[in-house]
Design a protein around this ligand. Structure first.
Ligand SMILES: C[S@@+](CC[C@H](N)C(=O)[O-])C[C@H]1O[C@@H](n2cnc3c(N)ncnc32)[C@H](O)[C@@H]1O
Length: 236
């Protein structure tokens, strides 16, 4: 072996040790968690939002053989454990922020889930332009998304959901009916009663049922999000 190659190997070994002794790996992981949390939108809540959503979607009747479309998938808070559990090719995530979709692709690679053939789509019309004419889903899911839609976008979202749900399928989404209105990133943060969503859904042939507050459904954090409510929509 050439002297220069030996030197390079030794230098790398020293840097590698320094990296580990210096706790840089832990620092990198903390930075990544901060970045994921910013994309998700709720400080210090990453683990619980992941656990809670995964638990809920199973309790709402999803099977590993089901096909899922997640509207507003963000950094795959739910997406990663969900695609681990679902059959290959059964997860489709939609979002309209290219930056968060980039992060999502990185999370798929890190979790070694490329073999599950997840599909991540950039869309500005809830998949109308990207999905195949005949594509239908057993479960459509949106968590922390509906309150970020304007009335006009909400109408478009529920129209697409009505079109994409298989007979017997369900759209499950949470809403804010308590907290004051504000903004998050480029989005509004709306407060609306369940009846508001029910009326729009009915125009698209969907029947809505209230499933309860996060707290009543087992959300474990004492944060204001515990008051968010879960709604389920099905063909009427
Ligand atoms: C608060 S984050 C929640 C992300 C993820 N559902 C979670 O639980 O961590 C809301 C996400 O919805 C996305 N979003 C907002 N409006 C959207 C729209 N019209 N179409 C698709 N995604 C949208 C945002 O880009 C963002 O990633």
């Amino acid at each position: 072996m050439l002297l220069s190659q030996t030197r390079a190997r030794m230098a790398f070994a020293v840097k590698d040790r320094l990296f580990r002794w210096g706790g840089f790996q832990a620092l990198l992981e903390e930075k990544e968690l901060r970045m994921l949390t910013q994309h998700m939108g709720f400080r210090h809540q990453w683990d619980e939002h992941r656990r809670f959503q995964m638990d809920l979607i199973q309790r709402e009747g999803l099977q590993p053989s089901g096909h899922v479309m997640e509207i507003g998938c963000g950094p795959l808070t739910l997406g990663i454990p969900l695609m681990q559990w679902l059959d290959k090719g059964h997860y489709t995530g939609l979002d309209l922020r290219p930056a968060v979709l980039g992060v999502a692709h990185g999370q798929v690679a890190k979790a070694r889930l490329a073999g599950k053939n997840p599909r991540l789509l950039f869309t500005e019309d809830f998949g109308a332009s990207e999905l195949g004419e005949e594509e239908r889903f057993d479960m459509v899911w949106s968590f922390s998304v509906l309150f970020h839609l304007t009335d006009e976008l909400l109408e478009a979202c529920l129209a697409q959901v009505a079109r994409r749900l298989r007979p017997g399928g369900a759209y499950v989404a949470n809403i804010n009916a308590e907290m004051p209105e504000s903004t998050w990133l480029q989005f509004p943060f709306n407060r609306r009663d369940p009846a508001f969503y029910g009326a729009i859904a009915a125009r698209h042939g969907l029947k809505m049922t209230e499933r309860g507050t996060h707290e009543s459904l087992g959300f474990r954090l004492d944060a204001s999000e515990k008051n968010n409510r879960l709604l389920r929509f099905e063909h009427g």
